[in-house]
Design a protein around this ligand. Structure first.
Ligand SMILES: [Zn+2]
Ligand SMILES: [Zn+2]
Length: 288
């Protein structure tokens, strides 16, 4: 395997964390949510074949060793996932991936529209520190937006909606936060991995992030360029009627809380999620 390297900006530890950092929780059979500083990643086991698992998202910059330690605690020494699947490739979801791929020779999958951002072809729009929301938004100019290059190790997800190595799951295109953003859904028990399509913490607000105060929210504001698409994606996920959800940020949620709050978000996305001001808001025509 080729040795893959990241740019300095995507490898650097970012000193922001939360009370749940380092915690892990099995939220549904075989669906384990692990919090790394301020972001969640999932270890998803294929329920039908023993010791076969997939990593969904890859944490904050400099998180490789923590992710490997958590995986080995859960699946045993020298465990290797069958694949890594990315909901999208923002720095806080791919932070550990270069290091992981130097240890694990496994394929990475992302939506075809996300591939330019993981093959060095296209950078994300810059974060918007001027957006309404709070301290994390204001410090977001520190967050890297440059594309990494995973070259031949990354592949497009199958177009039929199936998820490699996880036959019970399918992927759902949920653009808005990024063009090729996806969520993952398991019909059997209505379990959802939402990514950043919606989240359960007000990610722009430092105090909320540190305490992980539970609150339904749209995608992180400083990084979301298309609010109308983001709204449609929330409606799409709401229509799946998920019973359990792991979101990219915030605590995992289920049943009544999820149902009530996701319904509210789908209806009142303009009030709850879309910022009152910010560089990606102007020019977005509101329509329902
Ligand atoms: Zn994101
Ligand atoms: Zn995120």
């Amino acid at each position: 395997m080729d040795h893959v390297e990241g740019s300095a900006s995507t490898n650097k530890y970012i000193p922001v964390s939360s009370v749940t950092s380092g915690e892990g929780k099995e939220v549904a059979p075989g669906l384990y949510c692990y919090t790394n500083q301020i972001v969640n990643l999932c270890f998803v086991e294929d329920q039908k074949s023993k010791n076969s698992w997939v990593l969904v998202d890859a944490g904050m910059p400099d998180s490789t060793e923590k992710i490997i330690a958590e995986a080995e605690e859960r699946f045993g020494k020298e465990t290797v996932p069958k694949a890594i699947i990315l909901t999208h490739a923002h720095f806080d979801h791919i932070g550990g991936i270069i290091g992981l791929l130097n240890r694990w020779d496994v394929p990475v999958y992302a939506h075809s529209l996300e591939l330019p951002y993981v093959t060095g072809k296209k950078d994300y729009p810059k974060p918007d520190p001027s957006v309404e929301g709070g301290m994390v938004a204001r410090m977001s100019f520190l967050f890297p937006n440059e594309a990494i290059n995973l070259d031949k190790q990354v592949h497009p997800l199958p177009e039929d909606g199936s998820v490699p190595e996880l036959p019970e799951w399918r992927w759902v295109h949920t653009p808005g936060h990024t063009e090729g953003h996806i969520s993952l859904f398991r019909e059997a028990d209505q379990a959802l991995i939402a990514g950043d399509a919606f989240i359960t913490v007000k990610q722009e607000d430092l105090y909320s992030v540190i305490t992980q105060h539970l609150e339904i929210s749209g995608p992180p504001r400083y990084f979301t360029p298309d609010w109308m698409e983001a709204w449609k994606s929330v409606k799409k996920l709401h229509s799946l009627n998920p019973h359990t959800a792991v979101t990219g940020h915030g605590r995992p949620v289920s049943r009544e809380w999820l149902d009530e709050n996701l319904t509210k978000l789908a209806r009142e996305f303009d009030r709850i999620a879309i910022p009152d001001y910010g560089k990606y808001v102007e020019g977005n025509q509101l329509e329902q």
